[in-house]
Design a protein around this ligand. Structure first.
Ligand code: 3PG
Length: 211
């Protein structure tokens, strides 16, 4: 399970957390991010257009690996899978979601914010997790702390990650990628500033890699 998830998530050092309000924006947005070196995309189920956006990207942008985010329950998990999501991410985790993830075999990234939640993830056999909300849950210091008792756990911090603190997260040994909404500012998506989003993506990939 860890290997399957790693095969997807290590393709990009940054993972955009996307809210697509209009499904017609999905394909150009995905292409803009892919052009900037970011093939792994999290489309959050926070908008009515989200599942349609996943469907379109899965069908029309083969270079992208599209997943569903903000998946809160098994029904949304199933809907995401039906739409063609290649992976699923939650802002937390529940027993029902762990069960569904194992039952379907679709790569699943649960989220944790505390040591007990990490222990529950490990009990379920999950060694990769999103750390959310990263900045308000202790940020860099918390991740360093988790590294002591949980050396096999690796994280993707999101929630308050920006260009300014990105490198301090991705330079940690237990961070495989960092995510956030800053990679596709709402205004730029609405106005179709795809070149601008490609530029942000390129810069973020460089910063994340320490280049
Ligand atoms: C998430 O779901 O990961 C967050 O909404 C992203 O948080 P951000 O907007 O602070 O990047």
């Amino acid at each position: 399970r860890t290997a399957t998830l790693d095969a997807i998530l290590t393709r990009s050092p940054v993972i955009p957390v996307l809210v697509v309000e209009d499904a017609a924006q999905a394909v150009p947005l995905a292409r803009a991010l892919v052009a900037g070196g970011i093939p792994v995309l999290e489309i959050t189920l926070r908008s009515a257009a989200a599942l349609d956006a996943i469907r379109r990207i899965a069908a029309e942008v083969p270079e992208a690996i599209v997943g569903a985010g903000t998946v809160l329950n098994p029904a949304q998990f199933a809907a995401a899978q039906m739409a063609g999501a290649k992976f699923v991410i939650s802002p937390g985790a529940t027993e029902a979601l762990y069960f569904t993830a194992k039952d379907t075999g679709l790569p699943y990234l649960p989220a944790i914010a505390t040591a007990s939640e990490i222990m529950r993830a490990m009990e379920q056999g999950f060694l990769r997790a999103k750390f959310f909300p990263a900045e308000s849950s202790g940020g860099i210091a918390a991740l360093k702390g988790f590294g002591g008792p949980f050396p096999e756990m690796k994280f993707c911090p999101t929630g308050g990650v920006t260009e300014a603190n990105l490198r301090s997260y991705t330079s940690l040994p237990n961070v495989f990628a960092a995510g956030g909404s800053w990679l596709a500012p709402k205004q730029m998506v609405q106005t179709g500033d795809w070149a601008g989003i490609t530029a942000i993506a390129k810069k973020a990939v460089q910063i994340a890699k320490g280049q």
